[in-house]
Design a protein around this ligand. Structure first.
Ligand code: HEC
Length: 140
């Protein structure tokens, strides 16, 4: 004979609820807003971001020959051009390209690669927070 479940109403509720949680968690891993990514870097840095410091970092040399602006342009509201290959690069400022800063893993991958080219080391969380905060100030 089958024993009645001790919490029949719970088990009925539990399934759809955990299904929803999974969907939400998967969405968080894959997609984000630029503001969320910026907030994440500021939280890791443990200090508020400084957009003006981000602008200076982006537009001046940081030890190596290339600057961020060498490929992304002085004001990344427009397409840039790769300093070595000449290939066009879509605007980096999120207000000018809706794909920008919506995929945390992509953002991390390119920060890592580009900071190594420009600074010769990975950028700190504070540097990433500053640059992202500056890019968010650029609006049409
Ligand atoms: C040698 C050329 C080059 C330099 C220098 C460069 N970048 Fe990039 N960057 C690229 C390319 C190429 C991509 C990937 C193609 C694309 O997304 O358009 C990219 C993508 C990115 C992305 C990904 C954003 C997203 O969500 O799509 C970020 C962030 C970024 N760069 C930041 C920087 C910063 C900060 C610096 C300076 C430390 C810098 N880049 C210097 C070429 C460069």
């Amino acid at each position: 004979m089958q024993r009645p479940s001790p919490h029949p109403s719970w088990s009925r509720l539990a399934r759809p609820a955990s299904g929803c949680l999974l969907v939400v968690a998967a969405a968080l891993v894959q997609a984000a807003t630029p503001a969320q990514i910026a907030a994440g870097y500021a939280a890791s840095a443990g200090a508020p971001a400084d957009p003006e410091r981000g602008r200076r970092f982006f537009t001046t040399t940081q030890g190596h020959e290339w600057r961020c602006a060498s490929c992304h342009g002085e004001l990344p509201t427009q397409a840039g051009r790769h300093a070595a290959t000449g290939k066009p690069i879509a605007p980096l400022a999120p207000a000018f390209d809706a794909q920008r800063f919506t995929d945390a893993a992509k953002v991390e991958k390119w920060f890592h690669r580009n900071c190594n080219d420009v600074v010769g080391r990975p950028c700190t969380a504070a540097e990433k927070a500053d640059v992202t905060a500056w890019l968010l100030t650029l609006r049409p």
